[in-house]
Design a binder for this molecule. Structure first.
Ligand code: ITT
Length: 209
């Protein structure tokens, strides 16, 4: 039996503000009472998995256990065909900047430049094809879980363009468009993103009548 979400409290097990905003927006029509992990003071578990599914489950289970509530986690990343799928599950790690006073930070411009630099090393004929992956994991305090996987296909552009979205959005041009995700307004990104694709699968299974 597939475990099902009851209407009520759901912990959004992410500490990434960009993701949190998108997930809250996607869940809005479904009447869930969303609580952010950061607002509940939940710790950020170490992402020791080697796949999006492992890391999404690890984050959802940690939050469900700590809060004793159902939890939803998102593990996602950018996969570049010519880099054999890198940075993939290590997408966030590629943005880890040198520690500064007050703790380590993330530098997305540097991370996008790192991907671009690796493609440049491979030469101008190198494919710029890539995709964003998103795995959404639901976990319940009793140990039940469910996962949903989504993708958005695209290509990388340089230099970065646009100010909306987050993370690698300024270099990602989705198939069928000439604008980057960061040049699309949120509703347009939500119609085609990897997160929306995963969400459609979650909604079909969790909220279908
Ligand atoms: P949590 O683990 O707390 O959810 P995180 O940022 O560490 O936050 P991930 O480990 O899943 O999340 O890292 C995925 C990275 O991939 C994320 O930090 C983004 O930069 C990037 N990413 C994922 N979805 C994206 C999107 O829709 N647009 C741009 N970048 C995205």
């Amino acid at each position: 039996m597939i475990p099902k979400l009851a209407r009520g409290k759901l912990v959004i097990a992410t500490h990434n503000r960009g993701k949190l905003k998108e997930i809250q927006k996607l869940l809005e029509p479904w009447g869930m009472d969303c609580l952010a992990a950061g607002d509940l003071g939940l710790p950020e578990p170490e992402e020791t998995g080697t796949t999006f599914v492992e890391n999404a489950l690890l984050k959802a289970r940690a939050a469900a256990e700590a809060a004793q509530l159902p939890a939803l986690a998102d593990d996602s990343g950018l996969c570049v065909v010519a880099l054999n799928g890198a940075p993939g599950v290590y997408t966030a790690d590629w943005a880890e900047a040198a520690p500064f006073e007050g703790g380590p930070g993330r530098d997305w411009y540097m991370a996008m430049g790192k991907v671009e630099g690796k493609l440049a090393e491979l030469g101008p004929a190198t494919s710029r094809d890539c995709w964003f992956s998103c795995v959404l994991a639901l976990a319940w305090p009793n140990g039940d879980s469910a996962v949903y996987e989504g993708r958005a296909m695209g290509s990388l552009t340089w230099p970065p363009r646009g100010t909306m979205g987050f993370g690698y959005d300024p270099v990602f041009v989705p198939v069928g468009d000439s604008r980057t995700f960061a040049e699309l307004d949120p509703a347009q990104k939500h119609a085609i993103s990897h997160r929306a694709d995963a969400f459609a699968k979650l909604v079909a299974e969790q909220f279908a009548a």
